[in-house]
Design a protein around this ligand. Structure first.
Ligand code: ZN
Length: 676
């Protein structure tokens, strides 16, 4: 019996043989893949010749390719088309993969060879891409303690174990506190203002708990619409209070000590490795590079956005006043924002949707990619796929050269996780004179067509498709030597530039007129609707900017200094919020104790990157606006200096080559209507 995952993929583009793969093939394939990767690494370590860039760094870069291929197929399926069996396999193979990657980073003989080469790197005449590869490989060891003595290594492992336990507990506490609360209503009068769909969902939630009436929870799909639409101010207050008090009450799920332990352990770890703070450690591998740069960035935006935010806040207060509210509070913000939005724009999604039939939008995306980057897309149904809903395309350039394979998986189904993302089934690299092209995939959850109606996208879904397609362009146009520096493998605060910049075309008449046609009448979207879309996209931009900045500042405060003197989480947080606060503080509430992004997820010292990416994309797009949104020269410039280059050079260097200067926030502030 042969395992299709371990055989050479024999299809014409060597795409994954999905139809032949059975679930029971995965685990043996992983085990074999790990075994083969290990022996490739052993061969590097045991090489009797003097370590060179080729026999060590390059050899390491191209080791484990079989395992990478198996992993990407498996984990992509686990996101897009999973089932109990696949999830069980994931549980079983994850520890094997962790162990394997630890075996590499803790391999002292391997590190010795890398260090020997790193120490003489200036004498080696490396290209900038090779130097980047060497530095990244070297740093991946050093940042895990390879340079420490035995005693300090043990200390580092202890801190790492502590940190993963603390993160886990933090998340469990937030989850427990989120699940612990429910708002159970039994009187119809308490539902005033709520749309029918929200009421139906609440009724279903009650039924599932064997209750009459309606149940609302602190989960976003329940919480957000309740806070946006409920006319009952007392109930909004109850919900908001409960939300803000998560993991901050005097019970066993309190996260205050966990937060302090987390930041102190992170600080200790950074200092042990020779950094001034956790933020210094994290930002070493970011475009921003230092906490000083991030702080200046946040402060400058704050100064410029605050006047607009204050005006908007007064606008909200004014309409709340009509309802007799003297002091607008946190629990009024979504509610009156929605009212103000209605008053100002009256932009109904239902009016827009007929202009955005999925097939038309895809065609628009393809046309724009063709105008900018000369790409052609041909649907090829014979490419093996993992689900019948998936569409497969061969992508070529104007000379007919093969560029990439694109998978597109648009509709929700059981076994697909929520949201939208871009991923790859195979990376891009050059080896033995051959440019091995990538297999890219975009996965979304758009409204499915019915027998009577095609899939009509909301405008939000349109921008989502453009966003993911921007990532896909980064992947498809990749043109580097080394797979780990290719496509979207760039520093974290640079990865959203290609995706966000591509969203800008959705707001331009010249681009919309290519595809935004009524699905029944073929009539072009009216100009007044385009203007409304543009205007409403800036709605309350000042307040929203201030909110994002407040989280970014809090994150940097926690992580860019020695935290050992901090004793009171709430007090510390209150001081850090001083410059960004609009609503009165609620003393029973705390943000940090449920700030999962930075204390559980991977965003510590990274929250700023949301705004950072916006500044980049607005600044980059302003060049297109200046030269023409389909200007070939500008597009070629972006392609050759950003999209093709992946992570082969530092992001700021790439960006400056494209833009001719460093980015600044003027274009973003203008686009957002915060300055004239
Ligand atoms: Zn993205």
């Amino acid at each position: 019996m042969t395992n299709p995952l371990l055989k050479k993929f024999d299809a014409i583009y060597s795409t994954a043989p999905f139809s032949k793969i059975k679930n029971e093939n995965f685990k043996p394939a992983f085990i074999e893949g790990i075994k083969n990767a290990k022996s490739e690494i052993d061969a590097i370590v045991n090489n009797k010749r003097v370590p060179t860039f080729e026999n060590t760094i390059e050899a390491l870069e191209f080791s484990g390719q079989q395992l990478d291929r198996i992993s990407s197929i498996f984990f992509n399926l686990n996101s897009a088309d999973t089932n109990d069996e696949i999830q069980k396999i994931a549980q079983e193979v994850s520890p094997l993969l962790t162990e394997f990657s630890n075996d590499i980073t803790l391999n002292e003989n391997l590190f010795k060879r890398i260090q020997l080469i790193y120490d003489i790197k200036d004498e080696l005449n490396l290209t900038s891409e090779q130097e980047m590869l060497l530095t990244r490989k070297y740093k991946s060891f050093v940042r895990n303690g390879a340079n420490l003595n035995e005693e300090k290594k043990i200390e580092l492992r202890k801190i790492d174990t502590q940190l993963s336990k603390l993160k886990l507990t933090f998340g469990e506490n937030v989850l427990a506190e989120t699940n612990d609360f429910e708002l159970h209503l039994s009187n119809k009068n308490q539902l005033k203002g709520l749309p029918n769909s929200v009421i139906e969902a609440a009724e279903l939630a009650a039924k599932q708990k064997n209750k009459d009436g309606w149940v609302f929870t602190l989960d976003y799909p329940s919480y957000v619409p309740f806070m946006t639409f409920s006319d009952d101010r007392k109930l909004r207050k109850r919900m908001s209070f409960a939300f803000g008090a998560r993991a901050f009450k005097k019970n066993k799920f309190n996260n205050e000590q966990i937060v302090l332990d987390l930041v102190n352990n992170r600080y200790k770890r950074a200092v042990l490795l020779g950094y001034k703070s956790h933020a210094h450690f994290v930002l070493e591998e970011r475009m921003a590079e230092t906490p000083e740069t991030v702080n200046l960035f946040l402060n400058d935006l704050l100064i410029k956005a605050k006047p607009a935010a204050t005006i908007e806040f007064d606008q909200l207060s004014a309409i709340a006043k009509k309802d007799g509210i003297e002091q607008i509070q946190k629990w009024d913000s979504s509610y009156y924002s929605e009212k103000l939005k209605k008053e100002l724009f009256d932009l109904e999604e239902e009016k827009l949707k007929p202009y955005f039939k999925l097939e038309n939008v895809i065609d628009g995306v393809f046309q724009i990619s063709n105008k900018l980057y000369d790409l052609n897309f041909e649907e090829i149904a014979t490419i093996d796929k993992y689900h019948e809903d998936v569409k497969t395309y061969k992508v070529t350039d104007t000379s007919g050269n093969y560029i990439a394979i694109l998978y597109a998986d648009f509709f929700p189904r059981k076994g697909k996780r929520n949201g939208a993302w871009m991923t790859s089934f195979k990376g891009q690299w050059k080896k033995d004179g051959k440019n091995s092209r990538p297999h890219i995939s975009i996965v979304c959850n758009f409204t499915k067509p019915t027998t009577t109606k095609p899939s009509l996208l909301t405008f939000n879904e349109v921008t989502t498709l453009f966003h993911e397609f921007g990532h896909a362009l980064h992947g498809m146009l990749a043109n580097t030597n080394y797979p780990s520096l290719s496509g979207t493998s760039v520093f974290w605060d640079f990865v959203e530039l290609p995706s966000q910049v591509f969203e800008n075309w959705c707001y331009e008449k010249e681009a919309l007129s290519l595809f935004a046609k009524h699905f029944e009448t073929n009539e072009l979207i009216p100009m007044e609707l385009i203007l409304k879309i543009k205007k409403s996209s800036n709605f309350l931009e000042g307040i929203q900017t201030l909110r994002q900045l407040s989280f970014g500042v809090l994150d940097m405060e926690w992580h860019s200094k020695n935290p050992s003197e901090i004793i009171n989480v709430k007090e510390f947080e209150t001081i850090s919020f001083k410059g960004t606060q609009l609503y009165p503080d609620i003393k029973e509430n705390c943000m940090s104790t449920s700030f999962s992004h930075i204390f559980q997820g991977g965003y510590s010292s990274g929250y700023y990157s949301y705004k950072w990416a916006e500044v980049l994309d607005a600044d980059a797009f302003s060049l297109f606006l200046e030269k023409g949104i389909f200007d070939k020269e500008t597009a070629l410039n972006f392609k050759t200096n950003v999209l093709e280059k992946g992570g082969t050079e530092k992001p700021m260097k790439l960006y400056k080559k494209f833009r001719g200067k460093k980015p600044n926030n003027t274009a973003l502030l203008k686009r957002a209507g915060l300055i004239k």
